[in-house]
Design a binder for this molecule. Structure first.
Ligand SMILES: [Zn+2]
Length: 81
């Protein structure tokens, strides 16, 4: 199954649209919403909240922060009186 080039959602066969750029690269979009955001509004998937790419990046940023903070919290829990 093809995934949407913008939001990362799986596109069911027979739905969505395929866009071929003049340089030959092919983009798949699950809906006109993704199509407009990518080509008309020229937004990056990472900057748009409802895309999978944004979520993955946010998760990564969170997990890297969590690993740091978890060290601190473990120290705190040891210092219980
Ligand atoms: Zn999409």
């Amino acid at each position: 199954m093809v995934k949407c080039s913008f939001c990362g959602k799986e596109i069911k066969p027979g739905t969505g649209l395929m866009y071929v750029k003049t340089n030959g690269s092919v983009l798949y979009f699950c809906s006109s919403k993704c199509f407009k955001n990518a080509l008309k509004l020229k937004r990056k998937p990472i900057d748009v909240k409802w895309t999978e790419k944004h979520r993955k990046l946010a998760l990564r940023a969170k997990s890297s922060k969590d690993s740091k903070s978890s060290n601190k919290s473990s120290k705190k829990s040891k210092g219980k009186r």
